[in-house]
Design a protein around this ligand. Structure first.
Ligand code: MRU
Length: 358
């Protein structure tokens, strides 16, 4: 996608193939800056500190992390140690495990001397595959948006939560790929953007990338979606996800479940867009089985913003001494999901329909 008319991906190898560069997402929307990752430890830190985030991008960054490690040490022991460091960086998005295991399974049979070059090529291939997957999600999701437009006429109002746009992937996004595809096809649409406390990925990242592409959007406080749905102001919701179980339970950014409940109560279609590597075929009951990341209390008690003097500063929101809890994700039961938009088509969120994706 484009930033000030220049095409960017969220991660790319340097011209000399010695490192990778990323967009530092902790600085958006106020500062657009890139960062160089020279080592596996740099990649691990970028994931943990959310300079890169979003399930697919975490997976690709981890793949490049393995490739960076292989340049320095390519033994079996180094490969195993690298994989375990990267796997521990964030617990919920299954794409991390997917990316790391894909690299490990690809590299393990190779001779040590071959691993560095092969790892670099494989990480680049995984990144390209992510772009192709998301473009396909965009096409299938666009068909749904078009059908709603044809049925009701006029503007299609779409609600989304967190950031599942191109910043959460290598390019295109998952939930926002259908939005970009439909917008580029001339379908009139408008996006309600949940701010997505506590880290505000909606207000900072989704609003920013939609704005860069010229997509009409409105940022709303997280509690607003139910009210909009009751008043017929939302035609559909599309969210991304960090892990989907074999029976279609969906784990996504905290607050997604409440939007799905409100959508169900108001007859608003609630779609989840995902690349098939986001499906964890080993799990069934998402509420009981998916590990939910808990992050620092400071993400709830404090907030950063742009001051009138042009400086970004962090301020405290809560009284000194009040405790805060920071659960990063929640699980939406499959019964609340209208459909899963994947690169292989739209399927029902139920085991009997999903098996074709295996
Ligand atoms: O904590 P984050 O910012 O990594 O969470 C991201 C989300 O919850 C996204 O909606 C999800 O990863 C889908 S990404 C295409």
């Amino acid at each position: 996608m484009k930033v000030k008319n220049i095409s960017f991906r969220t991660i790319w190898p340097t011209a000399d193939n010695t490192a990778v560069e990323i967009i530092d997402q902790t600085k958006l929307p106020h500062i657009f800056t890139t960062l160089r990752l020279d080592t596996m430890r740099d990649a691990e830190r970028a994931i943990r500190e959310m300079q890169v985030r979003g399930a697919p991008l975490i997976g690709v960054t981890a793949a490049y992390g393995v490739a960076l490690a292989m340049r320095d040490h390519a033994s079996d022991a180094a490969l195993a140690a690298t994989c375990s460091v990267l796997l521990a960086s964030r617990p919920t998005a299954v794409n991390l495990r997917w990316g790391v295991e894909k690299m490990r399974d690809f590299l393990a049979p190779l001779a040590e001397s071959e691993r560095a070059v092969a790892a670099w090529q494989e990480a680049a291939r995984i990144a390209d595959e992510d772009v192709a997957i998301n473009a396909a999600i965009g096409k299938y999701g666009c068909d749904i948006i078009r059908a709603i437009h044809q049925k009701k006429g006029g503007m299609v109002n779409i609600l989304t939560h967190c950031n599942a746009g191109w910043l959460a992937t290598v390019d295109w996004g998952t939930a926002l790929a259908p939005v970009y595809t439909a917008f580029d096809a001339g379908i009139p649409l408008h996006v309600w953007v949940d701010e997505t406390r506590p880290r505000n990925q909606g207000a900072s990242l989704t609003a920013w990338e939609l704005g860069q592409h010229g997509v009409p959007h409105t940022v709303i406080a997280d509690n607003t979606g139910g009210h909009l749905m009751q008043h017929g102001m939302v035609d559909m919701a599309i969210v991304g996800c960090d892990r989907v179980t074999a029976r279609g339970d969906v784990c996504n950014k905290i607050g997604t479940y409440l939007k799905a409940l409100a959508a169900h109560d108001n007859g608003v279609p609630f779609y989840v867009a995902l690349p098939t590597p986001t499906i964890d075929w080993t799990l069934r009951d998402g509420v009981k089985e998916i590990p939910i990341e808990e992050r620092a209390a400071e993400e709830v008690t404090h907030i950063a913003g742009l001051c009138d003097d042009g400086q970004v500063r962090t301020v405290r929101l809560t009284p000194q001494g009040s405790r805060a809890a920071n659960y990063g994700f929640d699980v939406t039961p499959a019964r609340l999901v209208t459909g899963l938009i994947t690169e292989r088509g739209v399927v029902k969120a139920e085991a009997g329909a999903m098996w074709v994706l295996q």
